[in-house]
Design a protein around this ligand. Sequence first.
Ligand code: CMC
Length: 431
Amino acid sequence: MSKKKRVLLTDESSGKELELPVVAGTEGEPTLDIKALPSTLGYFTYDPGFTATASCTSKITFIDGGKGILRYRGYPIEQLSERSTFLEVAYLLLNGELPSEAQLQKFRGEITYHTMVHEHLNEFISGFQYDAHPMAMMAGVVGSLAAFYHNRMDMESQEHRMVAAQRMIAKMPTIAAACYRHHMGWPTAYPQNSLRYCERFLHMMFSVPSEEYQVSEVSARVLDLLFILHADHEQNASTSTVRLVGSTGANPYACVAAGISALWGPAHGGANEAVLDMFTQIGDISNVPKFIKRAKDKSDPFRLMGFGHRVYKNFDPRATIIRQACYEVLEELGVNDPMMDMALELERIALEDEYFIEKKLYPNVDFYSGIIYRALGIPVSMFTVMFAIARTVGWVAQWLEQSNTPTKIGRPRQVYKGPTERKYEPPHSRR
Ligand code: CMC
């Protein structure tokens, strides 16, 4: 009989012992179940940034950071990015299995059915300043979806939850394009349901009433690839935010709006915009060494954006795929982007540098994605919105998984370092 793995913890001050059970997943590092720690030994654990903490069990996405492995529901990202489509991947993440032909067709129909937004939502968008950052608009507008659909939603119903998930996947491109068009001062472009997901988005982004707009097949294909690569990434900051908000029983639109806000930060999804800002700041390939030097200088806040990852300590498999796609797309679209040369030079120098080697810092998913978005004509301020459209699938898949599992409210503790008890004195007696 196989013996369950346990780790013995001894508190030398009290002489008490606790056997911590090891929670084993199907793959990945063994994890200690520490739930009994406070009630038996009286300790909490301290792990800022959750660098050593698993917050849930999940069957959706697996990452082995040392080996550069990323799999959705067991399927390697390399295979999915080469052979699948974003909507098929969305079905997989939501449902756990790849769809049959008929299931995929039905799913496409379900997503297409929900692409329009309430006309009042367009009015809501028109209330923003023309130069509002689209991520700020996205967080507000997606959160407001609860005001449109919340009353009709039964959170206990699995079917209702699935409809909410599909609704968000369907509406996110419509909302994103509407935010962009508001900035441009263009009239609303309604979703053309005869087009496929990415074609439809590009059409909503770039079509104008005065001209015929033909969606570029190359652009739609590469966008679909980028969306596949960004679709999920297990318990990253925005997904953990979605789960934390979800653990309170909040509606899914509020959860995803919180995820969008978390994604916006430059350490997370906002890095794709920050990478382009960095390239602009570097200005010329000859300045690359100067900026590498700055990135290594601890007294300088400058970091190489698009470099490093909490989990990947060898390479980010998404970056490898995007790098290759970058070459192909620039060639197919006939774009000659000096930023690509700058990126290659930056990568070359950094990968030979002791600092980056020792700290295991490699290009991540955001390093090359912006160059592709630029080639597609997507403005820099919309880069993180692109990420949000794709990651919505992961957010709602993780939210569905959480909603289908008994869940405790997320409530971390702290190490209190403030003053101990003291007595209140009235203002006149304070010094
Ligand atoms: N440039 C220079 N030094 C870096 C960088 C970088 N991009 N990233 C990490 N380091 C150094 C850091 O200064 C630290 O050095 P030391 O040990 O001497 O203090 C060491 O490497 C470890 O860094 P950390 O910040 O403790 O690592 P982390 O796991 O907490 O952070 C990260 C990971 C992605 C936030 C960080 O690498 C970073 O800020 N990268 C730039 C932003 C970026 O590209 N973010 C996108 C991440 S991938 C997409 C996504 O998740 O959305």
